[in-house]
Design a protein around this ligand. Structure first.
Ligand code: FAD
Ligand code: FES
Length: 511
């Protein structure tokens, strides 16, 4: 038996998937070409962590590091492991944009290699079909090491998504496969294949101050994030603490200095572990946290570096009892045994699986009605701003009658007459667009396919979310009270209930 799972993304978009018996949410999601964050696919890394709003599921096998008992108790879950036991609603901590950014294979030419310190190189790739490569600042790719018979290593973009020639930083690890290639054999003009973009470490829309923490070449994705911030209007302060082992590991300080000019409110510190360092700040990055960087937790932290550093920072924050509003991190794990590489094979497999599953299009189909309903909500929220407090008494009465008429076609969670509901519901929703007296808004509403979509799938015997009727009356009541916040809340909730109804009806129609 399959279950319906709603994936609610951070940007308000919800997409529905059908998950088969004994199938994990992540597998079903990739089949539907919805690429939710994923790395190990094994319950080990925690990258896929989501929050379950409703429903029952078997959480599967995972380790404490990926999901603690407290988190599981609070409702957090791992889509790579979980198997639904009922319909579910999951909050996915990424935007629907990234979910669409599926990984693909790219060919490129090595266009520059620069040794920027004794231990670190910067290199750039000129990508064939660059226009096909879109990525979010902070993401990485899996690069096939030339001459290695197809072995890959992960590297984060250090350039921003809008820059033509993509760049990376690599710290040379003695005896390492990619390190040896880059130091000893790489030549400008070499052809390089990579797969990407990967990962869910990327800049979210800044809503508060940020603290960026880099360990060694963990600086690379943060440089990409800074490049993005340089092109944005962000009123919140951004502070970077960049930690390395020795003085010779410090790189790109001139670039960081340049960002202090290009990004308002940006500052940075460097910290060197070596006690003999010439640097003013020594030790771990955590030794140099100032209260203003952490703002008592009202901060978004982005942390990228080797696993011990990531763990060190996590432990430090926990010990201080500090819970940042958002804490995004990425570990630069070494891939000593290629088969055990944490990122590459796990992230590639679902994409390949999705490609092999050409016939399965449920994600796409649902996406179109989703988009229609979300567009209706966005228009209604705009119209509320324009009409609140301006409706005459007679108009309020008419609005209420339309709500009640739609309600009369329903009996709790059943339609009495689905066809009539579609018509009266449309009249109810159109009312405000007529009342506002703006032809463009009315036309925009009429261009939506919502009534046609409803007419196509809703049938008497189908379930309707029991809250729909109350939502309509709630919207009218909010207008009567001239309570704009209540109207917005009712419209937003109504959108969810309408979409749930459509999803259930589409599912029933497909069976
Ligand atoms: C998501 C992600 C993003 C990353 N981004 C970056 C980045 O932007 N920049 C960056 O520099 N790094 C990054 N890394 C790390 C990077 O992917 C490589 O792991 C790193 O560059 C080392 O690769 P290598 O091929 O040079 O070394 P490897 O060949 O992987 O070897 C690593 C070490 O293990 C030793 N070793 C190799 N084989 C064996 C063996 N069989 N037994 C024992 N020891 C062995 C080697 O001598 C060497 O010291 C990232 C990692 C991840 C997971
Ligand atoms: S724990 Fe789910 S992808 Fe790693």
């Amino acid at each position: 038996m399959s279950h319906q799972v709603a994936l609610a993304f951070e940007d308000g978009i919800t997409r529905f998937i059908k998950v088969g018996a004994n199938e994990t949410v992540a597998d079903a999601s990739y089949k539907a070409r919805i690429n939710i964050p994923l790395d190990c696919r094994d319950g080990a890394c925690g990258t896929c962590k989501a929050f379950c709003e409703s429903g029952k599921y078997d959480g599967g096998d995972y380790i404490e590091e990926a999901l603690t008992d407290d988190e599981a108790e609070a409702g957090y879950c791992l889509p790579c492991q979980m198997v639904p036991e009922s319909d579910l609603v999951l909050q996915i901590p990424t935007t629907s944009d990234v979910a669409k950014t599926s990984a693909a294979s790219f060919e490129s030419t090595l266009s520059e290699i620069r040794r920027i310190s004794e231990t670190t190189y910067a290199f750039s790739l000129e990508v064939d079909k660059r226009e096909d490569l879109s990525f979010l600042p902070g993401q990485y790719v899996n690069i096939e090491v030339p001459g290695s018979g197809g072995q890959t290593r992960s590297y984060s973009f250090s350039s921003g998504p809008e820059v033509d020639i993509v760049s990376f930083l690599i710290r040379i690890t003695d005896g390492g496969l990619m390190s040896t290639y880059m130091r000893d054999t790489a030549q400008v003009g070499d052809r390089i294949t990579f797969t990407g973009p990967m990962g869910s470490f990327f800049l979210r829309e800044p809503k508060r101050q940020s603290l960026l923490l880099a360990g060694g070449t963990g600086l690379a994705p943060l440089l990409a994030i800074l490049e993005k911030l340089a092109g944005m209007d962000n009123p919140h302060p951004v502070h970077l603490i960049y930690g390395v082992n020795t003085d010779i590991d410090l790189v790109e300080l001139d670039v960081l200095q340049d960002y202090t000019q290009r990004i308002a409110g940006f500052s940075f510190d460097t910290v060197v572990g070596d006690p003999d360092s010439a640097s003013q700040k020594k030790g771990y990055v955590t030794n140099h946290f100032e209260p203003q960087h952490l703002a008592e937790g009202d901060v978004d932290i982005y942390l990228c570096g080797p696993p011990p550093m990531v763990e060190g920072v996590r432990r430090h924050l926990e010990a201080e009892g500090l819970k940042p509003q958002n804490f995004y991190y990425e570990k630069f794990a070494l891939a000593v045994v290629p088969d055990a590489e944490p990122a590459a094979p796990a992230a590639e497999a679902p994409a390949a699986q999705a490609a092999a599953d050409q016939g399965y299009e449920i994600g796409e189909e649902h996406a179109s009605f989703e988009a229609q309903f979300d567009a209706r909500m966005a228009l209604e929220l705009a119209v509320v701003e324009l009409t609140m407090g301006k409706l005459a008494e007679g108009q309020l009465g008419e609005f209420k009658v339309l709500a009640e008429l739609a309600g009369k076609t329903l009996d709790g969670e059943k339609f009495i007459n689905a066809e009539e509901f579609t018509v009266t519901n449309d009249a109810f929703h159109e009312f405000l667009f007529k009342a506002v007296g703006n032809e463009h808004l009315l036309q925009a509403y009429r261009r939506l396919d919502v009534p046609a979509l409803m007419a196509a799938v809703l049938r008497q015997e189908h379930w309707i979310d029991g809250a729909v009727d109350a939502d309509h009356l709630g919207i009218v009541a909010a207008f009567e009270k001239q309570d704009i916040a209540a109207a917005r809340a009712a419209i937003t909730a109504h959108n969810q209930h309408a979409k749930a109804t459509m999803a259930a009806a589409s599912k029933a129609a497909a069976q």
